[in-house]
Design a protein around this ligand. Structure first.
Ligand SMILES: [Zn+2]
Length: 324
């Protein structure tokens, strides 16, 4: 137990020490991008059910945006294979989605979702109605004491209850949580074809992970995937910031996001907007909104690809506002 702890600590120390930072710099060709339309089929995801809402379902919005994103990516990056997890309204469990990403040896995993919050309930008076109110009283004393009931009609207000759309708006980007690195490590280690080709284009080798050196390497990969995920997430956020809608930044969800941990590649999840917000829900359902989001994500991926493949010259490029 104690010994194991020392080994793990040592491995972590090795993986996170600056000495190994060179491993984060190696050029890496982006060959395959997985686009996951969140939810689907019997899993509708969040629902725009509030007064004045469109009653739309997250699974339909994510599918529309993903389909546009896939088209845009194929156009902007013709040398890249773009693999959608789904192109129709079908149900997939999170492990199925992760398996598609891992089996296709994705270099990036992009999950499309829409945000929602618990909604407050409002009420309004829509009229009044009569209710019979009974009151109990007693007459007499001692053994003659008698219980009496008096009834009377009272006018009471009639209320209608409704959900109030949330004020939150905007797009946020999520990466796998730092404390979930072990899960990411498992995803890397469970993948038979672990990409070890540092600086080379495509060397997929089978690795024996019982060897501590290989385990160390896997830890370095988990850390590198996290660094790359953060980089891509901030590029997406930068592109969103060029639009009229709020860019809410990049975040790590404390609870963790299963698909992000289970994929053997850098992975981000984009909460495209709040389905429970009046304006955002309309934006997310509009062709214009969906296309704008797809453009933003495509431009971010394009910049990320350039940065990864030519680390130095494009490290400080400005946001590209032209269409991809
Ligand atoms: Zn979702």
């Amino acid at each position: 137990m104690f010994k194991t702890k020392i080994i793990v600590t040592a491995l972590l120390a090795v993986a996170f020490t600056p000495f190994y930072s060179f491993s984060q710099q190696g050029p890496k060709k982006i060959r395959t991008i997985i686009v996951d339309a969140g939810h689907g089929g019997k899993d509708g995801g969040a629902h725009g059910a509030y007064e004045g809402g469109l009653n739309s379902w997250e699974k339909d919005i994510t599918l529309d945006i993903s389909n546009k994103l896939v088209d845009d990516l194929r156009q902007a990056l013709p040398d890249v294979k773009v693999v959608p997890t789904r192109t129709t309204d079908i149900y997939q469990s999170p492990p199925e989605k992760a398996n598609i990403a891992n089996a296709n040896k994705g270099d990036l995993f992009i999950c499309i979702h829409a945000d929602a919050v618990g909604l407050k309930q409002g009420r309004r008076q829509i009229g009044s109605h009569i209710e019979i109110v009974h009151s109990v009283y007693y007459v007499g004393k001692g053994k003659r004491r008698k219980k009496m009931i008096k009834s009377k009609n009272v006018t009471v207000p009639t209320y209608e209850y409704y959900k109030i759309g949330c004020p939150q708006q905007g797009t946020s980007v999520w990466i796998f949580a730092a404390h979930k690195t072990n899960d990411k490590l498992k995803a890397i280690m469970n993948n038979e074809d672990f990409d070890i080709g540092e600086g080379s284009d495509s060397s997929y080798n089978s690795i024996d992970f019982s060897d501590p050196a290989n385990r160390t390497l896997a830890l370095i990969y988990a850390k590198r995937f996290q660094d790359r995920s953060i980089k891509l997430a901030s590029l997406v956020n930068d592109e969103i910031a060029t639009t009229d809608r709020p860019a809410l930044g990049t975040n790590q969800r404390q609870k963790g996001i299963w698909v992000l941990q289970a994929t053997n590649m850098p992975a981000i999840l984009i909460e495209t907007g709040f389905i429970t917000n009046h304006d955002d829900e309309r934006y997310l359902n509009s062709d214009k909104g969906q296309q704008e989001l797809a453009y933003c994500i495509t431009r971010a991926i394009k910049r990320y690809k350039e940065m990864m493949e030519n680390p130095k010259p494009t490290a400080n490029v400005q946001a590209d506002t032209s269409k991809p």
